[in-house]
Design a protein around this ligand. Structure first.
Ligand SMILES: Cc1cc2nc3c(=O)[nH]c(=O)nc-3n(C[C@H](O)[C@H](O)[C@H](O)COP(=O)(O)OP(=O)(O)OC[C@H]3O[C@@H](n4cnc5c(N)ncnc54)[C@H](O)[C@@H]3O)c2cc1C
Length: 124
C-alpha cells in the first residue's frame, strides 16, 4: 500500500492538515498570551480549521483501513465517532465561519475608510 501514489498523496495531505492545524492552535495561544484580549480571529480560525481537518483526516484514515476501519473496537472507528462532536460544541463550524466572514468584511471596510480619509485630507 505504501507504494501506491494515491495512498502516499493522501498521507501527505493528512500530515499537512495535522501540522497546519497545530500551527493555527499555537498562533491562537500566542495571540491570547499577548494579553491584548484580541484573539477572536485567531481562535476562530484555529477551532474551525482544526476540527474540520480532524474530521477529514479521520475519514481518510478509516478509508485507508478498509473494512477494518469500520469494525467496532478499532481505534480509527471510535475516533471517527468521537471527533464528530468537535464541529458542534464550543461554537459550531457555521458560527466560526460567520465570525470570520464578519471580521473580514469589517477589516475590508476599515481599509476602505482609511484610504478615503487619506485621499480627502489635504497634503502637507
Ligand atoms: C459532546 C458535547 C459536549 C458538550 N459540552 C458542553 C458543556 O460542557 N457545556 C455547555 O455549556 N455546553 C456543552 N455542549 C453543548 C454545545 O455547546 C452546544 O451543542 C453547541 O453550542 C451548539 O448548540 P446546539 O446544540 O443548541 O445547536 P444549535 O445552536 O441549535 O445549532 C444547530 C446547528 O445550526 C447551525 N447554526 C447554529 N448557529 C448558526 C449560525 N449563526 N449560522 C449558521 N448556522 C448556524 C449549525 O450547523 C449548528 O450545528 C456540549 C455538546 C456536545 C455535543
Amino acid at each position: 500500500m505504501q507504494k501506491m501514489p494515491v495512498i502516499r498523496t493522501r498521507l501527505g495531505e493528512m500530515d499537512l492538515k495535522v501540522d497546519s492545524s497545530a500551527l493555527l492552535v499555537y498562533r491562537a495561544a500566542w495571540a491570547h498570551d499577548q494579553g491584548t484580549g484580541r484573539a477572536t480571529r485567531e481562535s476562530s480560525m484555529a477551532k474551525l480549521y482544526a476540527t474540520e481537518s480532524a474530521q477529514q483526516v479521520i475519514d481518510a484514515a478509516v478509508q485507508l483501513f478498509g473494512a477494518r476501519g469500520v469494525e467496532k473496537g478499532n481505534a480509527v472507528e471510535s475516533l471517527y465517532r468521537e471527533i464528530r462532536a468537535l464541529r458542534i460544541y464550543e461554537g459550531a463550524s457555521e458560527v466560526h465561519q460567520q465570525i470570520l466572514g464578519d471580521r473580514a468584511i469589517r477589516s475590508f471596510n476599515e481599509g476602505l475608510d482609511a484610504r478615503r480619509l487619506k485621499k480627502s485630507s489635504p497634503s502637507p
